[in-house]
Design a protein around this ligand. Structure first.
Ligand SMILES: *[C@@H]1O[C@H](CO)[C@@H](O)[C@H](O)[C@H]1NC(C)=O
Ligand SMILES: *[C@@H]1O[C@H](CO)[C@@H](O)[C@H](O)[C@H]1NC(C)=O
Ligand SMILES: *[C@@H]1O[C@H](CO)[C@@H](O)[C@H](O)[C@H]1NC(C)=O
Ligand SMILES: *[C@@H]1O[C@H](CO)[C@@H](O)[C@H](O)[C@H]1NC(C)=O
Ligand SMILES: *[C@@H]1O[C@H](CO)[C@@H](O)[C@H](O)[C@H]1NC(C)=O
Ligand SMILES: *[C@@H]1O[C@H](CO)[C@@H](O)[C@H](O)[C@H]1NC(C)=O
Ligand SMILES: *[C@@H]1O[C@H](CO)[C@@H](O)[C@H](O)[C@H]1NC(C)=O
Length: 438
């Protein structure tokens, strides 16, 4: 009975996590996670301002990957950007009202700024610039969470008497993020050489928050499970990400040579729609958790991430796992690892990512893309059991998006608990319905 209640408890937690709130823009695994845009007025030149814009990724595990951020905003008046370094406006726009040789850098009412590529000539750079819009997550590489650029723009001809000319309608140009209006915050100060500090005139912050639901209501990954003690391999649930044959769904059979695929032209400022291998689940990414071995004091899990997307190499991929036994994680063989301490001492959540130049790039399906590792966990007295699906993860996220899990009543079971479990499945179902209602 104790086992049954354990199982019921975990399936309850599982369902709570599933129906829970990533979709409302609040992420329980990263409650403070956000991308902040900081707008520093460095100098007032009479008719123009010099401004430095910084983008900080304060998210524990979400990174910004290719094609990178594309920051935009709406000017309040007739501002134009005269010059910019460290980044550039995507379009110059209509600058015909300026006669003569000296045209502004950008005259758009709603400019879109893109980062410069690495290796940009030194005279166009500013510190922290030129990363193709790519930002690492706080856990993965805290030295690469910032992007900066500097610009000079004119004050509007009808000045706003109350405040400086802060634009509105900020957007990062990345699916899933929505940004607040700018708010004035205590002025920042900065240094370029580590010795002299420059006080800025005014600082405004814009906070952008990710919502998986805004990004796309359909999941992007799924989980399959197996264990040494069972013959059953539990596949990803059917239609996890899409259904084969539904209008709007498309997929490619794996026997088709990837060279025959019409690869979309990489214009490098556009996100590329996935082209997935045909499968029951239709997900671009599948995570497999295999309970591989049991020792006296330890147990071993093999993790495999498979890329079923023909048109994307996932660089700097990351995986977040939630399992109560991660507090006793003893060894991770082929990934980097760091616990995510969200609620003080409870370290049941961990982030994994690739080892540089070894498996930090998850290649496309066409290149047989998968990465794997084994992990060794200590059996915690009092909580460890192979019963009731305890050995399987509670939540799995790939690149910050929650993956679809199989239903707990399909989990591989210990041989001698098979009858026990089938007799309890109606109870389980009840606990499910109850938890969904709650
Ligand atoms: C954004 O992240 C920073 C750093 O974690 C945090 O201090 C700040 O409170 C967050 N802002 C919001 C609005 O959540
Ligand atoms: C901000 O966006 C709203 C809605 O898209 C639009 O009506 C408004 O004109 C925009 N304001 C500026 C200054 O771009
Ligand atoms: C550019 O703006 C001017 C007015 O400033 C207008 O007369 C002209 O038609 C615009 N050109 C285009 C291509 O929109
Ligand atoms: C700054 O100007 C904007 C646009 O006119 C206005 O909406 C906002 O309230 C002003 N802010 C302050 C602090 O006066
Ligand atoms: C404004 O943003 C910067 C950079 O993220 C942050 O350090 C600062 O604490 C923020 N200020 C406020 C008041 O949120
Ligand atoms: C993925 O990487 C491989 C090996 O570096 C390369 O050959 C392939 O063109 C890349 N595919 C895409 C879609 O970027
Ligand atoms: C988890 O936290 C406990 C106590 O805070 C600590 O003893 C243990 O080493 C941590 N485990 C890992 C894998 O970080």
């Amino acid at each position: 009975m104790a086992q049954l209640s354990t199982f019921m408890f975990f399936s309850f937690v599982f369902v709570l996590v599933l129906v829970s709130p990533l979709s409302y823009g609040y992420d329980p695994l990263d409650p403070k996670g956000n991308i902040t845009v900081t707008w520093d007025f460095i100098a007032d030149n009479g008719d123009t301002y010099d401004v430095r814009v910084s983008i900080y990724n304060w998210q524990l595990y979400r990174h910004v990957e290719k094609p990178g951020w594309r920051l935009s905003w709406g000017w309040i008046g007739d501002e134009v950007i005269w010059s910019m370094s460290g980044a550039e406006a995507k379009e110059q726009g209509n600058c015909s009202r300026f006669k003569g040789q000296n045209k502004p850098h950008c005259c758009e009412k709603q400019p879109t700024i893109i980062d410069l590529m690495p290796g940009t000539p030194y005279n166009k750079q500013v510190p922290n610039c030129c990363k193709q819009g790519i930002l690492s997550s706080l856990t993965q590489d805290p030295s690469h969470i910032t992007s900066m650029f500097q610009m000079n723009y004119n004050k509007p001809s009808v000045p706003n008497p109350d405040n400086v000319t802060m634009p509105t309608n900020f957007s990062l140009g990345i699916h899933g993020y929505s940004c607040s209006e700018p708010i004035q915050v205590p002025s920042s100060r900065f240094t370029t050489d580590g010795r002299r500090w420059i006080e800025v005139l005014e600082t405004w912050n814009v906070t952008c928050i990710y919502s998986q639901f805004l990004s796309s209501p359909a999941p992007k990954c799924c989980v399959s499970l197996s264990a040494f003690y069972s013959e059953t391999i539990v596949p990803c649930p059917k239609c996890s990400c899409n259904c084969q044959g539904l209008p709007g769904s498309s997929c490619v059979n794996s026997d088709k040579a990837p060279s025959l695929l019409q690869l979309p032209k990489d214009d490098s400022t556009r996100e590329i729609e996935p082209v997935v291998r045909c499968s029951e689940h239709m997900c671009p990414i599948r995570i497999h958790w295999h309970v591989k071995q049991s020792y006296t004091k330890y147990w071993r899990v093999k993790l495999t991430i498979t890329n079923n997307n023909f048109v994307k190499n996932y660089s700097q991929w990351n995986l977040v796992l939630l399992h109560p036994n991660l507090q006793s994680l003893t060894q991770v063989f082929s990934f980097n690892y760091q616990p995510l301490r969200i609620f003080g001492d409870i370290n049941d959540t961990a982030m994994f990512w690739g080892i540089k130049s070894y498996n930090d790039m998850l290649l496309t399906h066409g290149k047989n893309g998968n990465v794997q590792t084994e992990i060794l966990l200590g059996k915690d007295a009092g909580i460890f059991t192979f019963n009731g699906g305890w050995g399987f993860p509670r939540t799995v996220l790939f690149n910050g998006d929650e993956c679809v899990m199989p239903s707990p009543d399909n989990y591989p079971t210990l041989p001698n608990t098979a009858s026990f479990l089938s007799s309890s499945s109606s109870l389980l179902f009840l606990s499910f319905v109850l938890s969904i209602l709650l």
